[in-house]
Ligand binder design. Sequence first.
Ligand code: AMP
Length: 281
Amino acid sequence: MQIITTVNRMKEYSRKASQNGKSIGFVPTMGYLHDGHLSLVRAARKECDVVIVSIFVNPTQFGPLEDFDKYPRDIERDKLRLEGENIDVLFLPEADEIYPGGCAIEVKADNSISEVLCGAARPGHFDGVATVVAKLFDVTIPDKSYFGQKDAQQTVVIERMVKDLDLPIEICVEPIIRENDGLAMSSRNMYLSGSERAQAVKLFEALSEAEKLIKGGEDSSALIKEKMKSILAEGKDIEVDYIETVDANSLRSVEEVGSDTFIAIAAFVGKTRLIDNILIK
Ligand code: AMP
């Protein structure tokens, strides 16, 4: 595994690999790697000749009151985890490599997909995500890039960016990897106290109940959301940000749950904001 820290070196590497006819798989992450991240790395390893993983905690996708400074970072541990995955390159830039002249020009996603759901509480977040992913694509020149369904709205924004900007990159969306009790793996789970960790599983329980209701023939979004709300209310430290049923492509709210609906939750458990979702096919 080569470690590359500069944009120029990374570009040079990717160009050479491309010219040699190698397919490039790229997995962007913010590090503090868990098995959810590694599932993307393994998918890339299976499908591509060259696998590049980036670790970059992107400042432009954090709001001023968010957790950029305290976001968990442990590069040595991440390197060890990646050593076991047979990747080709770990791209590890500093912020001034990615934004040498600041960030005066951004990729701006349409409000209909960037200011709903998580974007309502995190204004500008998805523009920051789209911008950094566009820049990372430019540097790593991937044929395929791998994202987790865990961040469902992010996948919609990136898929639209690739489509609307005609980028020749296939976006591969991989399933959510969960802890044994169902909690979706997340770097932010390490913020949870013991009692909060026990309550956090309510997000998965609420989604599982929704899935059960839908399998039983229920399609009323209002009724499903009500039931989910009552499950989340059982956690004394849980404060719901949103429970939504949306079309999986447009992210527009739906009143009847049908195929291709995301059922999505964002909730604070104590001070930690967690998200989770299921896709109804
Ligand atoms: P992050 O480091 O949080 O920016 O995540 C990097 C990538 O890993 C994103 O595409 C996430 O959607 C994906 N990811 C995060 N958690 C999970 C999970 N539990 N299962 C699958 N993919 C995940």
